[in-house]
Write a protein that binds this ligand. Structure first.
Ligand SMILES: [Zn+2]
Ligand SMILES: [Zn+2]
Length: 280
């Protein structure tokens, strides 16, 4: 199998001038194939409801408050003498976030369907929309982009905050390194979709964001384009993307999919393909 890397695309992929990849795969009547006018994309975008919006807004507010609270305690109890443990713990937190972003993205892209009760519309729908209208994410505001990620973190960061708030100095010191790991993990999970949005934004990004991208501290744009090669079967990690190359090299996702197909008979990306082909 030919490995996909940043320097080796197989069409159709996106280009800088055409981040919605409209230039490739034009339909017979000459109109663009992908984008907000795609029948499937329209239907999926319409399924974003007011109730879901309200839930997202509440979760974003609670989550940011808890995150700020935890950061306050982490800074307050920081001890420079322990840097050699704190630094690897924090780095490991970032790598774990990248891993989770890959697993969740891979699972939602490859399995399940929009028709599934509750999670179909709430969680799988945005992933389907993203493949047939990749730049729709750049038109989503902060709440729609980040609501789901902020929501899943609340139990973990609430528990951490409670521990900091009520713990004795000994307890806080004992859990400090673990909390640094967990905080960086939570922080990078919370901004994963924002990072993903930036990786699709080819115009008007602030300079400091493109510097972070160029340093590969967050997902670079060129790197994420590898995922947007149909049928979207690799480079699922979207936080820093650090794990994408090793996972592609070892065939991590392919092997996982083969195991699941063997166990359940289900084929990966059946639902994704169905939406891509939708014409009315
Ligand atoms: Zn995807
Ligand atoms: Zn993307």
């Amino acid at each position: 199998m030919v490995m996909l890397t940043e320097d080796r695309f197989e069409p159709p992929s996106m280009t800088e001038e055409d981040p919605n990849q409209n230039g490739v795969g034009e339909t017979k009547d000459g109109t663009a194939r992908w984008g907000p006018q795609h029948a499937g994309a329209k239907e999926l975008a319409n399924q974003y409801t007011a109730g879901k919006r309200a839930q997202e807004t509440i979760c974003v507010v609670i989550s940011i408050a808890l995150m700020v609270g935890n950061l306050y305690f982490i800074v307050k109890h920081f001890n420079i003498d322990n840097w050699y443990i704190i630094l690897p713990a924090a780095l490991l937190g970032i790598v774990t976030a990248d891993f989770f972003s890959g697993v969740v993205h891979w699972a939602a892209d490859s399995w399940g369907s929009v028709e599934l009760p509750i999670i179909g519309k709430a969680l799988i729908r945005p992933f389907r929309e993203h493949h047939i209208d990749p730049t729709s994410i750049t038109r989503h505001d902060f709440i729609e982009t980040n609501g789901d990620n902020f929501a899943v973190l609340i139990p973990v960061i609430a528990k951490m905050f409670y521990g900091f708030y009520t713990g004795s100095p000994e307890e806080i010191a004992k859990n400090y390194n673990w909390n640094c790991y967990l905080f960086l993990l939570a922080f990078f999970i919370s901004i994963t979709n924002q990072i993903h949005k930036w990786s699709h934004t080819y115009f008007g990004l602030p300079r400091y964001i493109t510097i972070f991208q160029d340093l590969n501290i967050i997902l670079p744009r060129k790197h994420h384009r590898v995922h947007h090669v149909a049928p979207h079967e690799t480079y699922f990690c979207i936080t820093t993307g650090w794990l994408n190359y090793p996972f592609e090299k070892f065939g991590f996702w392919t092997k996982l999919e083969e195991l699941i197909t063997l166990a359940t008979g289900a084929k990966p990306r059946d639902d994704d393909l169905k939406w891509a082909k939708k014409t009315n």
